[in-house]
Each structure stands twice: as C-alpha cells, then as structure tokens.
Design a protein around this ligand. Sequence first.
Ligand code: C9U
Length: 526
Amino acid sequence: MEINLWQERALNATTEPVKCFCDPKTCDNIGWCLAAEQCYSAVVVESYGLVARAGCISVDSPLQCNTPASHNHAILCCNTVNLCNEFLEPELIGGNDIHFTNDDNQSNLTPIMMSIAIPAATCVLVALLLYLLFRFYKRHAWKAHKYEKAVSSGAGDTGTPPEKPLGNPLAVQYGGHQADTSLSPVTAGDSTLQDLLGHSYSSGSGSGLPFLVQRTVSRQINLIDRVGTGRYGEVWKGSWQGEMVAVKIFSSRDEQSWFRETEIYNTVLLRHENILGFVASDMISRNSWTQMWLITHYHENGSLYDFLNTNTVNRDVMLRFAQSIANGLVHLHVEITGTQGKPAIAHRDLKTRNILVKRNLSCCIGDLGLAVTHRRDTNHVDRGQNTKVGTKRYMAPEILDDRLNVDSFEEFKQADVYAMGLVFWEIARRCQCSTGRVVEYQPPFFDQVQSDPSFEEMRKVVCVSKVRPHVPHYWTNDRVLSQMGRLMTECWHESGSARLTSLRVKKSLQQIEPVCPEVKLKLDLI
Ligand code: C9U
C-alpha cells in the first residue's frame, strides 16, 4: 500500500518530537528543526519590509504561539505532523495588500544594499560637485590669469588686480541704467576720456589706461543700442559719463581674439588717427559665465561696409578713404624703435567690416584680434595663441593654398596688402566720379562665390582660376578712378613679393591730386 507524505507525517507525529520546517537563516541552512512542542510559521513586519519566519518554538523564543495576529506580526503554530508548518500561511490584520514574501535572502539583502548604495551615491554626487567646482574655478582662474597678463603687461599700471572684482560687475546694466560704482577704488572724477587717455599716453603705457582705470571705466558704461551682431559677438553703442563709446562683447568662441586684441592694445603704443582708438578692456563675471568687453571710440557712421552699402562716394571721399586706410596699415606695418616705439604689426583680417568711417570721412582700422607682431632685432614673429584664421573672401592666394611661411613677417604684410586691394575695389565701385556710372555695393568675388564661401571654393577661384575682381573699362574715363584701378591691381598680384608695400601704396595715393583740395582741408579740421 502506498502512503503519501501527509500520512507519513501523521504516523511520525505519534512517535518522535515534531520536526518543523525552518527558514534557512534561523536553522543554519538545514531547513528543519526539532521542536519539543510546536512548529510555527510567522509573518513579521520589519523596517525594511515583510519577512516570513518558520521554525521551532521554545520558551525563550521572541515569538510565542498564543499571540493574536496584529498589524505588525502574525503567527500560526502546529505540532500535528513533521513539517506541519511548511504550508501555514498566517495573515496580518489589514494585511491583505501586503505582499507575503518567503525570500529571506532578498529581504536581508535590501538593508545591506541600501547601506552601501546610499553612501556610494552620496560619494559620487559629492565627487561630481567637487569636480564641477574645480573646473569652474580653473576656467575662471585661467581666464583671470590670461587677462592679467594681457592687460597688466603695459607699463604704467597702478597696481595688481584685486582678488575681488572692483565695484559691482553685476551692476553694469543693459538699457541705459546707471551702473553702481560706489565701490570703485579708482574714481574717474570729472575727467573726460580724452583727459584720461592723454595721461596714459604720456605715462608710457600701451595704448590704454592703467588697468584699474580700465576696469572702473568699463563698469561705468551704459549700454544704449546694439549696432552689430555676428559670429564675433555683439557691438554696442554705449556711453561713459556722457561720451559715446563702442563696446564689443566677444562671443565665448572668439575669446582668443579678445585676449590678443587686449594684449596688443595694452602692450603696444597704438595711438594713431587711422587705428580705432582703444579705451579699455574688461572681463566681467556674471553668474557662471564671463563677458569679454573691448571698449573703443565710437564712430557714428559705422563700418566702411555699412557706409558703402548705403552711400555712394565722390572722388575726394574715395581718395580720403583709401589714403586713410593705407596710412593706418603703414602705421601698423612699421616698426618704430625707442621708448615710444612699437613693433611691426600685420593685421591679418583687413576688410570693410573691420574699418570704421569717422565723422571727418577718414577711416580707421579696427579688430586686431588676429594680429601678429614682429621685432627686427630678434626677428621673432609673435602670432599669439589665436587659432582663428582671417576672412576667407579676403585671403591672399598664398594663404588659400597654404604656401604662406608663418615665420616670415614680410609674407603677412603682403597678405594685408592683397586684402587692402580688395577693399579699394569695393570703395571704387561706389564712386560715380566723372563717369556718370555707379554700381551697387558688392563684396569682392560676389560673382564667383556664394555668401560665406568655403576655403576650397575660394582656393579654386583665387589660386586655380586666378580670378581677381573685375576692373571695369569705364573707370579709365576718370583720372582718379583709373589710377585707383591700377593701384589695386598692383596690390593683388599673384606673387606676394611683386605686390606694392603699404608704404608704396600710401605714397602713390598721396600723388593723386584731389579734385577739391579745399574740401580736404575743411574735413581735416573736423
Ligand atoms: C561690427 C563691426 N564693428 C563695428 C565696430 C566694431 N566692430 C568694434 C570693434 N572693436 C571694438 C569695438 C567695436 C564699431 N562700430 C562703431 N560704430 C557703429 C555705428 C553704427 C553702426 C555700427 C557701428 N550701425 C550699423 C548698421 N546699422 C546702423 C548702425 N564704432 C566703433 C567701432
């Protein structure tokens, strides 16, 4: 006769102490225990969840059989047959929604895992926070270091920059609100920019004011109108103590240009009527980002590009523009020795957008963010750290086909003269002169390449097809226009060494007779 498990257990119950099913943890993984009296099965609510317990009851057990089911534990006991508690299922009061689990390993793991996971996650978070703080600090410290280098390398500095920004940088407000300068240690008093710049000029510093004065001035500026925006950032018309200034706020992608321009203006004495007049340079921290400002004289006529787009010119204005640009370029290109001297500078991004038209209708050259300097005694070409390249449309053939020797300063100057030739062409197209004809403004190679041409596009046009801007035949009908036409062709010669030098261009332009010399005299007085 076959007997089943229950019958076997029932038989055992009469002869031996009852054998109870026991959860492995309590019974060292044996799975059973021998009870003098009772087996139990219980559900207990622990802090980490519900656990099922099973085993043998003794007098000193924390669980006893006669306790009624409650909301935090329930127990059922038996002693009828061996392992009688295996399938007992006690229920908590109101515990229908509570999941009954028998997985002791899992329930024991939960608190262990939590005790590891929470501190680990906290550590990771703290580490991440420290890393971000470190990066933020490093970035600012690095910028500040470069700023100090760029700004304070000029002689005549009145001190080292303080640890905290002077004044309240956040108080420089957009839209014409007055900046809070109450904390500024350097007061500009009733001085005009002219007074301040005149003093710094004679004190032998670079082109700018002493470092702390630059900061003070920049933080007293009200930004009035945005007059330009582009990849470089923004240009604002601003006012300082009632005087107009131009503020270029560099985009973060172009911060190298700000460093370079700040460095050049602060180390080189660059006061010249045909170079955009420098006022101050500043780095302003706002929350988590930094604004880089370059403050210059303001010219209400805007850039030569703006001017030619909306105006035509007569022969005298054309000549005036060309002569002043050549004068500015000569001043950059020449090295002057002595205490008031300057290194030779090549611009590397000459174009109508970087030339400003002054009220007296002469021009001045701005944007020295790419400039390279050269000193004859050491024959050292200093290209700065800027990885930016010039404007492709204005690049000389030797740049486009990568032949330019970057250790040769002469070649940088020749590339500037090529760009100046293109600028002359843009101006001459807008001169009716005595021909009775004038054409709309167009940039160089407008008929060859798209807007924002690629390097390769320009190379094909300028180096492979050897195209140059068209010099119209009707220009030969005018004495000044035809001379201008000849001059520009000599600026954009294929071979850099065959081009005129900027000094030669300047002298050639001086030899062209103005149509109305008295107008020139009047304009010179403005
Ligand atoms: C965008 C080219 N640019 C112009 C100026 C500057 N870049 C600049 C360069 N370095 C430092 C500071 C500024 C600049 N602009 C002016 N004046 C100005 C006046 C009117 C306009 C533009 C510029 N208009 C643009 C077209 N719409 C009407 C107004 N002065 C000095 C430098």
